[in-house]
Write a protein that binds this ligand. Structure first.
Ligand SMILES: Nc1ncnc2c1ncn2[C@@H]1O[C@H](COP(=O)(O)OP(=O)(O)O)[C@@H](O)[C@H]1O
Ligand SMILES: N[C@@H](CCC(=O)OP(=O)(O)O)C(=O)O
Length: 376
């Protein structure tokens, strides 16, 4: 046992994400036995006064089973139809299991738009916090039936990280079909080495997780899990990746046992607004900065002015999220831009006085104000 694990086991706010294969017994159908076992442990945490939120996958897998489909459909509408059928069973299974423990649950279905729009983000946060305050356990999934391909979270690992940010959870547990992260996909590399601990966001984790695939039912594989841990770390949340069928997995994590892979959040948490900016996935365009602008942003904490921009890609509107790339093409920051792509192309490379001379006025001096900018 390490001290970190023991301290984390005492976390007050837990987000627990459970993958499709775990919830649906590899697609054979909702695994009531496994759900009961998790619920007994989650109810224990709840009774001790911890706040618990569940992110449950499995709607598509359960819907496919109920519809008698053995192969995951390609067509988006069929996937959405399966999710609509399966979500009924999923919500029912969690509710019934918690009811036996005398605990109320609530269903929360979110789309990416719900966190992209600042007002809806604040609403989602308010509702989750209210439910927690009422002693209700929220069960979250993506709203698959309305999410279009390009606005989907795409995987519940990311959704769980966003929920961890929303409620500033101390601990994010991802229960999956492996014991944790290995240095290579253990499915195809039997001698892969287990990683017990690492810093969330360490660049080598993506290389370890990136080579493999997901299981037959899951969407993200390990790559989305290590990326999700990096996102969760922005609100100071540490992540544990563990095997969902491990005996008493949540109780043992609570006791500080070294189960699974611990990905620590060791940076200081961002402010809530900066977290919101950083974890938004819908980057609408890219700005290519010169070395001076990279220095101003990264070393001096300044706003981005048009003069430091050498190129622009994408078709974005004022107020949308863009990524800022250095001369080597590596992303250094992202933020909400004050000009559309067309206007940015017109004013880039020009000083404020030249812009004023050109158009007769300057609407906003900064292309991206430093309050709307996060370094990555
Ligand atoms: N480095 C790795 N370590 C562990 N598992 C990996 C790694 N790379 C890829 N994987 C694969 O990721 C799968 C888990 O992802 P996924 O099927 O999406 O799970 P879930 O449904 O729980 O989200 C594992 O079954 C494994 O084959
Ligand atoms: N929203 C989808 C889950 C997609 C997903 O992320 O699945 P998984 O990789 O198993 O966590 C569903 O309920 O089927």
């Amino acid at each position: 046992m390490t001290c970190d694990r023991v301290a984390l086991g005492q976390a007050r706010r837990w987000v627990v994400k459970i993958g499709s294969a775990m919830v649906t017994d590899e697609g054979r159908g909702l695994d009531a036995h496994a759900i009961d076992a998790w619920v007994a442990q989650l109810a224990g945490l709840h009774r001790e006064g911890r706040d618990v939120i569940i992110v449950s996958s499995g709607a598509v897998a359960e819907g496919m089973r109920r519809l008698g489909w053995s192969v995951r459909p390609q067509a988006l509408h069929e996937l959405q139809a399966a999710a609509a059928v399966g979500q009924m069973g999923l919500a029912q299974a969690w509710e019934a299991a918690f009811q036996r423990e005398g605990i109320r649950t609530a269903q929360i279905l979110l789309t990416h738009d719900d966190v992209r729009n600042r007002q809806r983000y604040l609403n989602a946060r308010g509702t989750l916090r209210t439910l927690i305050g009422l002693g209700v356990i929220p069960v979250v999934n993506e709203n698959d039936t309305v999410a279009f391909e390009e606005v989907r979270f795409g995987d519940n690992d990311t959704l769980g990280a966003l929920v961890s940010n929303l409620i500033e959870a101390e601990l994010y547990v991802i229960l999956t079909d492996q014991k944790g992260l290995f240095d290579r996909d253990p499915r195809s590399n039997p001698d892969a080495v287990f990683i017990s601990e690492a810093s969330a966001g360490a660049p080598e984790l993506e290389d370890m997780a990136g080579g493999g695939s997901s299981g037959a039912l899951g969407r993200g594989g390990m790559l989305t899990k290590v990326r999700a841990a990096a996102k969760a770390a922005r609100s100071g949340t540490s992540t544990i990746l563990a095997w969902g069928r491990e005996h008493e997995v949540l109780r043992r994590i609570k006791r500080g046992e070294a189960l699974g892979t611990l990905l620590h959040a060791d940076q200081a948490p961002d402010t809530a607004r900066k977290q919101w900016l950083a974890v938004q996935m819908q980057v609408r365009g890219h700005l290519h900065l010169d070395a001076g602008a990279v220095h101003a942003l990264c070393e001096c904490g300044k706003s981005l002015l048009p003069v430091g921009v050498r190129g622009v890609d994408g078709d974005f509107q004022r107020g949308e999220l863009v990524a800022c790339l250095g001369p080597d093409g590596v992303e250094v920051a992202r933020g909400l831009i004050n000009y559309s792509a067309a206007d940015t192309a017109r004013i880039m490379g020009k000083s404020t006085s030249a812009i004023e001379h050109m158009v007769g006025y300057v609407d906003v001096r900064e292309l991206i104000h430093r309050d709307d900018l996060v370094l990555v």
